[in-house]
Design a protein around this ligand. Structure first.
Ligand code: WTA
Length: 656
């Protein structure tokens, strides 16, 4: 960590926003930002109550702002009632019914636009269809769909009737899907026959069938299938129903079910330090408030904006900045089905040009891969519509930041490097584009109302110029409420006793420079960040060991990777003999595919090494520090005298 910290202190390039940008910004100038920060410091609850009243439409106004009596199970605006779908759709029906809500570009380039009025109608029809299936307040609906207008319709339809959705990213395997269906207790599944990505057809419904075949999904009464590819898929009556059949004849109006502000809007599974993914549970009121405020503050949203977030709806970024945030503020949001490099590495730039995108939000891993695939390509496109750029998901290296700034933003566009997590609901630390002088690679300052700090192991602030553990010191409305079905794990993971249960532990390491700017350096727990996707090392280990025919033992670590940020390296002990040469390659390929089947292709180890054993202490603990050093090709400087079997290190180093 120390070398990264030094580099923060050395980063002296500073990019203040242009006076023109500042003049038109929703939060304009440092003074305005400081005023909001001071308001939240002076009257914490008053600040949140004010913005919640000004921002959301309440069917029943709240009188209580924050309830801390069961901390860390905080409740916000808890005697208020509202409906998220009403806040996203109905509120625009009078003011801008014919404005395009979603501009969808398919993998093959076909563009579909849907207005707020049309989207409202489609959501109502699906909501009525779900009603007809007996789905009611509090039921869980699992959504496993491609990037499409329909996935937004499905999510909004759930919100409309107070059902809690759980979206599973389309790249997850049948096994992962089955686990999530069971854990969430879902009674309905919404999926599609398949999806198109990069000119290839990828099946979805067959994966759902495979998940069902694994057992345990008997609570699911209906599977709704949206026809996207048109390929033939087996439909099992009466459980499986086509989307177009279930919405046929449904009324175009559906009264929103107003729910308590604390009602779970969604559950989203994410990786933690153990083998079992966590169902992060979000609220309705607090979550939506922050989705809207960050659209206005961080993305400086204007009614005329064309906003494009390239994330998949299966991740939290897609929940907050494709669906809820952009729709609630009434912007036009671009949604793209495909991949950045198909048909060529100019695809993103062409989309920006064709649709005159104003605000573009993507991940460092995409930026790095596009630099590699064609660093000069953006120059061939008219990117003059862009006014603001954003990144999310992982630390952005200063070189990639500079390229983004120069080649994509043409030195005109502020860059917001936004730090947040599935658990935080929305952006917590980020530059404000009309306020903050930016530094390449720094997420800069916490947003108003967010009390972030960096502390040592005892919970003491480390102060400026130092590195440590990133924490949030006060609750905020968009924070997760619990882990679905596991409140103990929520407490232990996020409000550990080490900090007397008072500080929210983000799980990231960070450092603060002399100006108080935050730089996030990466996870401090056993969570990997591969291409901006969170994966637990334990999850991958469990998947490997689940191959009980072949694998005796496995340990997984991360290694820095130029393209994907981190790459997965697995050390494996087989039940039979240790393979070498061709046999090792074949075996590695077999295990990679196995992991793809267990979790999803995104979890495939880049590198698998076979050993007769793993480096262990005499008490039998695997020494991951050593494995990390080997994976990175570093010389092992640490004391290895406590090792039971020092000779194993040489073998693992050479086992390529
Ligand atoms: C990392 C994605 C550095 C961090 C919204 C965090 C970042 C994890 C940044 C959450 C950033 C996210 N700079 N690191 N701007 N944004 N991260 O839950 O390690 O998929 O804890 O949420 O991504 O990933 P998640």
């Amino acid at each position: 960590m120390s070398s990264t910290i030094e580099s923060v202190l050395q980063e002296s390039r500073l990019f203040p926003p242009s006076p023109q940008f500042v003049k038109q910004a929703n939060i304009s100038g440092m003074e305005a930002y400081r005023k909001l920060v001071a308001e939240a410091e002076r009257d914490f609850e008053g600040f949140w109550a004010r913005v919640a009243r000004e921002t959301l439409l309440w069917s029943k106004p709240f009188t209580q702002t924050l309830d801390e009596s069961k901390a860390p199970f905080y409740r916000w605006f808890y005697d208020g009632e509202l409906n998220a779908s009403y806040n996203c759709l109905d509120r625009h029906l009078k003011s801008q019914p014919d404005k395009v809500a979603i501009l969808f570009e398919a993998d093959d380039g076909k563009v579909t636009r849907i207005t707020y009025k049309e989207l409202h109608r489609e959501v109502c029809r699906m909501a009525n269809a779900l009603h007809a299936h007996g789905i009611k307040l509090g039921d869980r609906v699992l959504i496993y769909m491609p990037m499409s207008i329909q996935v937004v319709v499905a999510m909004q339809a759930c919100a409309r009737i107070g059902a809690t959705h759980s979206v599973v990213f389309g790249g997850f395997s049948a096994k992962s899907l089955q686990e999530r269906i069971i854990d969430a207790g879902a009674t309905e599944v919404i999926t599609a026959d398949g999806q198109f990505r990069g000119g290839r057809e990828i099946p979805l419904k067959p994966v759902v069938d495979e998940a069902f075949a694994m057992g345990g999904c008997e609570k699911v009464r209906n599977v709704i299938v949206y026809k996207r590819t048109g390929s033939s898929v087996p439909m099992r009556a009466p459980r499986d129903k086509w989307w177009h059949d279930v919405v046929k004849g449904q009324a175009e109006q559906c009264d929103p079910v107003n729910v308590n502000a604390e009602h779970p809007l969604f559950i989203l599974y994410t990786s933690g330090s153990t083998g079992k993914p966590k169902g992060v549970q979000h609220s309705t009121g607090g979550y939506l408030l922050w989705a809207m405020l960050t659209m206005k503050w961080v993305f400086d949203n204007k009614p005329s904006d064309i906003f494009w977030c390239t994330a998949d709806v299966g991740w939290v970024t897609g929940h907050t900045y494709i669906n809820y945030g952009p729709l609630a503020v009434g912007t036009t949001v671009v949604m793209f089905e495909g991949v950045p490099t198909y048909p060529d590495a100019g695809r993103f730039w062409k989309i920006i040009q064709d649709h005159k995108v104003n605000v573009f939000y993507t991940a460092p891993t995409a930026i790095r891969s596009l630099i590699k695939a064609g660093g000069e390509l953006p120059k061939k496109y008219d990117l003059s519509s862009l006014r603001l750029l954003g990144t999310v998901g992982e630390p952005i290296n200063p070189e990639a930041w500079m390229w983004y700034h120069n080649t994509v933003g043409r030195e005109r566009c502020p860059i917001v490097d936004t730090w947040w997590q599935t658990e935080t609901g929305g952006i917590l630390i980020s530059p404000l584009p009309g306020v903050t002088p930016t530094k390449p690679g720094s997420a800069t300052l916490p947003l108003p109302g967010i009390f972030a700090d960096i502390v040592d192991e005892t919970g003491q602030s480390v102060g400026k110029g130092k590195g440590g553990i990133l924490v949030i010191k006060r609750p905020w409305p968009a924070m997760l409420r619990t882990i679905w079905g596991d409140p103990e794990r929520y407490k232990k993971t996020y409000f550990p006793d080490d900090f007397k249960g008072k500080l929210y532990l983000a799980g990231d390491g960070a450092s603060m420079d002399e100006e108080g700017y935050f730089r996030i350096v990466g996870r401090i727990d056993d969570v990997l960040n591969v291409s901006g996707h969170r994966l637990g090392t334990m999850e991958v280990e469990s998947a490997l060991v689940a191959n009980s025919k072949l694998v005796a033992e496995a340990a997984v670590v991360g290694r820095p990777d130029e393209l994907t940020g981190e790459a997965i390296v697995a050390f494996v002990v087989l039940k039979g003999h240790r393979p070498t040469g061709d046999e090792a390659h074949k075996m590695a390929e077999e295990l990679r595919n196995w992991v793809a089947k267990e979790i999803g292709p995104l979890a495939k180890p880049k590198d698998i090494r076979f050993g007769d054993n793993l480096p262990k202490t005499r008490s039998g603990k695997i020494m991951r520090r050593l494995l990390r050093a080997i994976a990175r090709g570093e010389t092992i400087a640490q004391d290895v005298s406590t090792l039971e079997n020092p000779a194993i290190l040489e073998q693992l180093k050479q086992a390529m």
